[in-house]
Design a binder for this molecule. Structure first.
Ligand code: SAH
Ligand code: SF4
Length: 340
């Protein structure tokens, strides 16, 4: 009985400071304790209600009647050099993966999942091939980062793990708001990247958000017909409509957008495709990040020659970099996260 009950318990980790103040008011607990509880959860990284030291035993019991603060269980832990991949079991037994990448002591980046599986169903992506199960809650998004934060100071967060973050817009934005809190992890929005396949509705909503959040667009292919072939999602927005949405977004935010381009040999690395890619980069303020394809079990793709494409784009005066994929041996690199 207890485990069924646990599933419906509301997660305190996903509550904003304002919501926590309201909960405390309703339970007739002192307001100053709500603020300190928020700090202990998001800065002190307390993993159970019992660990919240500002609360008396009876106050913790009162909170625990309706709320929980349990962290997803770590079921697998893998290392490769400076890259660490964790599999977490959620309260309904579904599993997600998250990755920590350490860059020579200068930055610690968490690659976070926003969904279990992904409805966009890209053929070249392991997550896309596992199907879509559900959106992650705010607490589940935060707990991935907090797991790593107990050991390292987290400087950057990238929504490049499992799932399409703009299809879980509300929870992703609420989690970012909490990460940004001074009483919490205090991670600046400019250190947070949302990577999207190009959900125009979401890009439009992003324009209304405050702060210098960064946006990356996974172009995948520079022609619509090829994009449609490679990306399973129905009603996929066209390249021109995404360019328009990003253009409007940039009018407002003035922020450069990264165009991610996963390189698939013989598919999107031909001269016409690369010419068209260069054309698209001129329509928005952008920078291209070439991602050599990472092997996915059962995948029918291989990587194009990233160096050759890099040189080609450089000659056309495109701002370009190549992504160095970390953690390939433990399947922690871009597109390799799955929990089938
Ligand atoms: N759903 C979002 C974020 C997660 S995917 C998005 O697609 O943008 C993060 C990046 O990994 C995307 O740019 C995607 O194109 C890339 N990717 C997916 N599968 C890959 C693979 N097998 N090898 C290399 N990159 C891959
Ligand atoms: Fe989803 Fe991104 Fe993978 Fe496509 S590449 S299936 S959008 S996670």
């Amino acid at each position: 009985m207890k485990s069924t009950y646990n599933k419906v318990m509301d997660d305190l980790r996903g509550k904003s400071l304002k919501e926590l103040l309201n909960i405390f008011a309703q339970l007739q607990l002192p307001q100053y304790k709500a603020k300190e509880t928020f700090r202990q959860i998001h800065h002190g990284l307390k993993g159970t209600i019992d660990q919240i030291s500002i609360l008396k035993k009876e106050e913790r019991a009162l909170l625990a009647e309706k709320y929980q603060l349990d962290q997803p269980q770590v079921i697998k832990h893998q290392h490769e050099g400076e890259t660490e991949k964790i599999a977490f079991k959620l309260s309904d037994n579904l599993v997600i993966e998250s990755v920590l990448m350490q860059y020579e002591g200068e930055r610690n980046t968490v690659c976070v999942s926003s969904q279990v599986g992904c409805p966009v169903a890209c053929q070249f992506c392991a997550t896309g091939q596992m199907g879509f199960k559900r959106n992650l809650t705010v607490g589940e998004i935060l707990s991935q980062i907090y797991y790593f934060a107990t050991k390292h100071k987290i400087s950057n967060v990238v929504f490049m793990g499992m799932g399409e973050p703009l299809l879980n817009y509300k929870n992703v934005m609420k989690a970012i708001g909490i990460l940004n809190q001074e009483l919490g992890q205090n991670i600046a929005k400019r250190k947070i990247v949302i990577s999207t396949i190009g959900i125009t509705e979401g890009i439009k909503k992003l324009m209304t958000e405050t702060g210098q959040l960064r946006l990356a667009w996974s172009l995948v292919a520079s022609f619509d017909h090829l994009r449609k072939e490679l990306i399973g999602m129905k009603n996929l927005p066209s390249i021109s409509s995404i360019v328009r949405a990003i253009h409007d977004y940039q009018q407002k935010t003035k922020r450069r957008v990264t165009i991610e381009y996963v390189l698939l040999k013989g598919i999107n690395d031909g001269p016409e495709a690369i010419n068209e890619l260069a054309e698209i980069t001129r329509k928005i303020d952008s920078h291209v990040n070439i991602i050599p394809y990472n092997e996915v079990a059962g995948g029918r793709f291989s990587s194009g020659d990233a160096e050759r494409i890099y040189e080609k784009l450089k000659r056309r005066r495109v701002n370009v970099t190549t992504r160095q994929s970390l953690g390939k041996k433990i399947s922690a690199a871009c597109g390799q996260l799955t929990t089938k």
